[in-house]
Design a protein around this ligand. Sequence first.
Ligand code: URA
Length: 238
Amino acid sequence: MRLDKFLCKSTDFTRVESIDLIEARKVRVNGIVIVTPQAQVHENNSIMLAGQRLIARPSRYIMLHKPMNTLCSNVDGDYPSVMNYLHMDRAEDLHITGRLDADTTGLLLLTDDGRWSFNIINPKYHCEKTYRVTLRDPIEEGDIDELVSRFEQGLQLQGEKSLTLAAKLEVIASHQVLLTLCEGRYHQVKRMFFTVGNRVVGLHRQQVGKLSLDIELGEWRYLTEDEVSGFNCYESVI
Ligand code: URA
């Protein structure tokens, strides 16, 4: 990680304060003064600030059951931010791994580990996200096969250059489907159904990778080590 980030993760200094300290020649990495805040360091390096060895706090990995009418942002806006549900120190250091719309409920992941998030969000790594979708109009029995195949082949969303990647659609009732995607374009699920002439009236994310939502609305929990490392298995398919 970057040296300035390492300082933030191991002290109470802000990013700006960390950069000032580095530029003021106060930080040594493996005995050498480093003045570049962007320098890459590893946690195993000996990183000293004014003669004291720094140890990075462990990264945090959190599942939150996002309620309706909450914002995936670090600050409140038209609705309260989901951060209000996390009563913990340094909640502001966390970022959201794959945002949901204000009116979407379900599985939200938060972390302070950017590399881990990248594995989950980047379509290249093919990490599946499953949504339970409630539709305005019923899907007729006779239309199911064609619809499944359109989602599988990719849809041309308005204003997008490329087709959506192959998506799995499973019809579970006339107005309800499960949709599994491995990308997350802006309002993607809503726009996909708009493209096929329907409307989404309810959206809930129930699974990301192998991780299923298993807590009540508004609750959060830390992921287990196995759950965290389960996301590191995604390999690039492109
Ligand atoms: N697709 C949407 O349209 N909204 C979400 O919140 C997530 C996926």
